[in-house]
Design a protein around this ligand. Sequence first.
Ligand code: NAD
Length: 593
Amino acid sequence: MAPMHGESLMAAVPSARPLGSTALRMLLGNQLAPHFGRNDPPRLAWYTCPMHDAIARVPDPINEPVLGYGPGSAERAKLKEALAAIDAGSIEIPCVVGGERVHTGKLRDVVMPHRHKHVVARFHAATDEVAERAIKASLAARREWSAMRWESRAAVLLRAAELLAGPWRARMNAATMHGQSKTAHQAEIDSACELIDFWRFNVHFAQELYRQQPNSSPGVWNSMELRALEGFVFALTPFNFTAIAGNLPTAPALMGNTVVWKPAETQVLAAWQIFLLLEEAGLPPGVINFIPGLPHGSTNLLLDHPQFAALHFTGSTDVFRMMWRRVAENLDKYRSYPRLVGETGGKDFVIAHPSADPKGLIVGLVRGAFEYQGQKCSAASRAYIPQSLWKQIQPELVETIESLKVGDVSDFSNFMGAVIKQGAFDKHTAAIAEAKATNGMKVVAGGTTDGREGWFVRPTLITTENPSVRHTVDEFFGPILTAHIYPDGAWQETLELVDRTSPYALTGAVFSRDRQAIVEATTALRDAAGNFYINDKPTGAVVGQQPFGGARASGTDDKAGSHLNLLRFVAARTIKETFVSPTDWRYAFLDKP
Ligand code: NAD
């Protein structure tokens, strides 16, 4: 398969930065391929990988075990130390373009949401000029990176995964805890385990994709390569998952693309750790360019570029739609049709059947709605509970919610931290006040907020007689769960209600011990959720086990953490080689009888 570079199989190698052409010439002199003259660019594919006479098999991926952080454990001690280090000082974070640190002087504060007067970092916000340089740097790096054999690219991510599983774990988790107000457990399952899983599993999925080859008839060799897209990828990442911030730029990079990455302003502390870790893992300069704080209006600069090849976005629905519109307007400008991958908002549901196990339902609601302050795209924010079951569970559910401790995440006895920023705090305060003032709505647990030290919102349970209030339709993205109590006999009608109430279709769960009811819910809600759970909370998808993503207003459903996602960032090329070319143009049917 001589014509193919990145996609042929070979052994994974330890990461190595590819040499620049000058260094390469000094090292190899005239040993460069004989048909290349002195001024020709060196052919890269054969030197970037020291071992190519092998069909590689990447290590079988396994999900990273979740550490417990119990009292007296080694991981707890290391995490406390890393938290204290962040507490003790404030760091300065630059943009990085083509490997070069860029200090724009436009400094912006990063604060702890649970102690919002505490500035943990200041970052140099990108400007239009930096964004333009980032595009140029990614296009310049593309040639070498996309020509590099895929196993070498994979090795960078495998090394990153091992670094994160080991020496970088505590500092990444600590940055996520203090920067995004996650508890130790929430940080562990996100910034350590999920990100490690993304890197290990994506490498495995890439191998599976490259392995798919067409059949060949006698005398012919058909093959298919998955080329990097022609241009650069723009990765725009949200605040709520460090793992998503790490995955969105690296998944396209694994497939040979180069990337301009703008993390969310409220996630820059951990995003910077990801960037440093990738450098440490051997990611060559320019493959991912880091431009935090680019003003929102300036993202058009990237979308308007003729070589804009793909958007890898996770965030709110409105922002994605706005960018899609922009891309549509630009269609005539582009070299290729850009790929638009967007995982967006949700209004995730839990529906209980009268046969549901009450204890399981309570735990599903509490964990599903309030872990990480309800700031998971998958968090339960509307529930449908039959009257008979509501009577049974209400006292314990309310008592459990009232017992949840909210506060500074460096105090490990807290179950929840603060919401991410003042705007989110104000939005939740207003939504609770609105419920209190609306006929037919009742705040049955929580319902208070306190923004003096940190942006704290108590986990709040609201009941509503009207199932179509704003609280069951709009995404608030915080610790507010609105429940509609339905008559036991109205199961079928309630399934329809769940399906049509909100424009989103991300996650949902049914609780029931009656198999027929489970089948009915799974069928009736087929289009209402991209991730559907039976007798479990609607959060906590694991890479390699429950590929994640939703449809309708929740996104393009390209399932992060699966081969489907990687496929969006390649352009296939089919190659047919005929070993002996025909020498007569005439076909047999033309012959005279
Ligand atoms: P967001 O849309 O506010 O921000 C996402 C990114 O877009 C950030 O980098 C932000 O700086 C940028 N951005 C925001 N407004 C912009 C604008 N007008 N122009 C250009 N860029 C802009 O989202 P967020 O608050 O960071 O994250 C929460 C949202 O993400 C929720 O809606 C949640 O449901 C969604 N989310 C979805 C998934 C999923 O898999 N479906 C996963 C996580 C989060």
